[in-house]
Design a protein around this ligand. Sequence first.
Ligand SMILES: *Cc1c(COP(=O)(O)O)cnc(C)c1O
Length: 386
Amino acid sequence: MEGVRGPESRWSWVEVNLAALRRNTAAFKKRLERGVQMMCVVKADAYGHGAAPCAKTMHAAGASQFAVATVAEGVALREAGIEWPILILSEPPVDCVRTLVEYDLMPAVYTADFALALGEAAASVERVARYHLALDTGMTRIGVRREDAVELRRTIDFHRGLECAGTFTHFATADMLDDWDFALQLNRFTETIEALYGAGLDTGLVHCDNTPGTILHPECHFDMCRVGVGLYGLHPAETTYGQIDLEPVMSVRGRVVRVIYPNVGDGVGYGLTWRVPKKNVQVATVPIGYADGLARELSNQMDVLVDGTRCRQVGNICMDQFMFAVDVNTTRSYRPTRPVEYGDVVTILGADGKECITAEEMAGLRNTINYEVVCDFGMRLEKIYT
Ligand SMILES: *Cc1c(COP(=O)(O)O)cnc(C)c1O
């Protein structure tokens, strides 16, 4: 609806660079040997980037399967017309087995009760439900304990409504180099796969590598890699820097909705945590706040870019707005070439000219990881695909 959605109605938005997403996806696909599939992880609305448009772009660049965290995320992808295989990365509540069958979503499975309920739901409509067996090889999160894997399969395999389409595990330390715990998990995984083969059981696709695993551990690509954060142009850790070329996909921008020259000593924002120190300082307002994913702990810490120049954010970040200061007379690193005006574009995340605010910079200020920074911006801001 004109004027209600998009930046015409609110001067703040997320830009998603689908061309960069396509290049990142192709860069990962190129690393996989022929026959190794790429499962793109689009949970949490594609880490805040918008699941359906991202999935379509990824598929065009070589992805053949997709993974989400929740049943609702899987259903949303189906309703957006995504017809490729979708894995739910954990075992959902048993009450949704009919939904899984109806929408052809593959759950992770690790309990017999859930598996048999799924099989019943499928058999009752003359279908076969495909699932992936999840193995806990040492992360202590989800999955069947490796020593119980063969027995679980033997308990459920009789069911005509079930088909094992994959067997996987997840690494806790794939981003570390020469890590003993990683080696241990990988050993346990291969041993369990061999035990399943030895018992005459079909494992389906064998997979374990996430983004850092895919980059640093090609020896365990097996049949498929589950790539997430790297697709969005973010490195999972410093250990992958220089190992693959990635372009950040998300930028966050807004426009100045108000700007004044306050009096010296005037306070800014809730609690008046910043005060105007001298004359000729502008304070400008941008309509993005913590309900849009701009974490409040960034208050009085972060910079924004105007015309490729850094400006300091000042005052506590509000729910829907924040303020920044422009010291019109500064000459060092904060160096505005001109006063800010109503309507000026402000970059909160991403590049502007030669300057760039990275998700890593923001994560450092928040004491978190780049993953959380981009997920958070998915909350409320409109997305523009370029
Ligand atoms: C989130 C997730 C991934 C993707 O992880 P990245 O580090 O973003 O590549 C892969 N597998 C599982 C089970 C996950 O939960």
